[in-house]
Design a protein around this ligand. Structure first.
Ligand SMILES: [Zn+2]
Ligand SMILES: [Zn+2]
Length: 379
């Protein structure tokens, strides 16, 4: 539903892969998303094939068995490497596409309704997307900053916007803001990311980097130039996740980004905004949203959840008991406990654990007031 709401094509193969990745979180659960299973699933949910003439890439034609085999090999090789590194220095970085406005009413699109027009103040924003890149460690931490790449017509911020963005950067200090024509990362920007965000974190330490096979980032020379110790020895070991199995063994994909997207959706579709007929879809909002998401998800209370992403990817056998975003930030009992200002609570902060209404949390930008966060700022 989410993919079709975002105008992405959904194939039977997609459905099988999503089912596989959902099932892969459960160890010892022999599930193969077989053809008979998918046929039953489609029937049950009234999903019908539409006529599409589309070029099918090599990735998609891989059989389920090939995908599982590739994932197994990747895991085996990676788990051999893991003991050589400190868990703070085993890092998975990955980019994810985000929408300026996520579609909250998507459940209504199903079945009967042939065409539904939802009134949006900035209709053109719906299709616009941008990229966010987070980095998570096997120890359950986030790198100190998140990298975002906005879509700009010329690829660059025009001078007026540049000025505004520079101001935002002073407020939202945990976000590195860049732009490109497509809103996607390009090699040049990825190199910036390595220099600005990864290098200050790893310094001269040896580290293991798990990345997917996007060709803007797989050239080893890229890393050899940036990550060197005093003797000129490279400090970075790269392990590339085969393209067909990122949804099975890439920690960011398997669990982490679903939590990021959930938190974003909660912010964008909160009832307070709907009542006020307000939307948070500006350039500043999208930067602010990631500043908040990063502030919340890097809270110590989420370390077990991040470690679980590695378990769910089957890169470790250690299973952590954890609470996810819904349990930490949006437990049901917050409804009975209003914000200090007497308004209804929207969220319980993952760091200071106090309840806040949307205005106190988002509009007043809570991270600058969150007592625990200011004590543990990284830089
Ligand atoms: Zn309040
Ligand atoms: Zn707080």
């Amino acid at each position: 539903m989410e993919a079709s709401a975002n105008y992405q094509q959904v194939t039977t193969r997609n459905l099988q892969q999503w089912a596989l990745s959902a099932a892969s979180q459960f160890h010892n659960f022999p599930f193969k998303a077989s053809n008979s299973w998918i046929a039953k699933f489609k029937k049950q949910h009234k999903i019908k094939q539409q006529e599409i003439t589309k070029y099918v890439s090599a990735k998609e034609t891989a059989t389920i068995d090939e995908i599982l085999a590739a994932a197994d090999i990747f895991r085996k090789q990676t788990m051999k490497l893991i003991p050589n590194f400190h868990k703070d220095f085993i890092i998975n970085i990955n980019q994810t596409e985000c929408q300026y406005q996520s579609t909250c009413d998507r459940a209504l699109y199903m079945q009967e309704a042939k065409a539904i027009f939802v009134q949006r103040q900035r209709i053109n924003r719906i299709c616009h997307s941008y990229t966010a890149q987070y980095a998570i460690t096997m120890s359950g931490k986030l790198l100190p900053r998140v990298f975002i790449c906005l879509q700009e017509a010329t690829g660059m911020f025009d001078p007026k916007i540049r000025k505004a963005v520079d101001e935002f950067a002073k407020i939202y200090t945990n976000v590195v803001i860049t732009s490109s024509k497509s809103g996607k990362l390009i090699t040049y920007l990825y190199t910036e990311f390595l220099k600005e965000m990864l290098a200050p974190y790893v310094r001269q330490g040896k580290f293991l980097l798990l990345i997917d096979s996007w060709d803007g980032q797989t050239n080893p020379a890229l890393y050899d130039k940036i990550f060197l110790d005093d003797d000129g020895i490279g400090t970075c070991t790269i392990k590339v996740i085969p393209s067909k199995c990122t949804s099975l063994c890439q920690p960011c994909d398997v669990y982490f980004y679903r939590q990021v997207k959930n938190l974003i959706k909660r912010l964008q579709n909160c009832s307070f905004l709907i009542e006020q007929k307000r939307e948070i879809t500006s350039r500043e909002d999208c930067i602010k949203i990631h500043a908040i998401v990063h502030h919340q998800l890097s809270a110590p209370i989420f370390e077990n959840m991040l470690r679980y992403a590695w378990f769910a990817s089957k890169l470790t056998d250690k299973r952590e008991i954890f609470m996810n975003v819904n349990e930490v930030c949006f437990p049901l009992d917050i409804l009975k406990q209003p914000c200090n200002c007497k308004n209804a609570t929207f969220i319980r902060c993952a760091r200071c654990r106090a309840n806040y209404c949307f205005a106190c949390f988002y509009d007043k930008y809570h991270p600058t007031m969150c007592i625990i966060s200011s004590a543990s700022t990284n830089e």
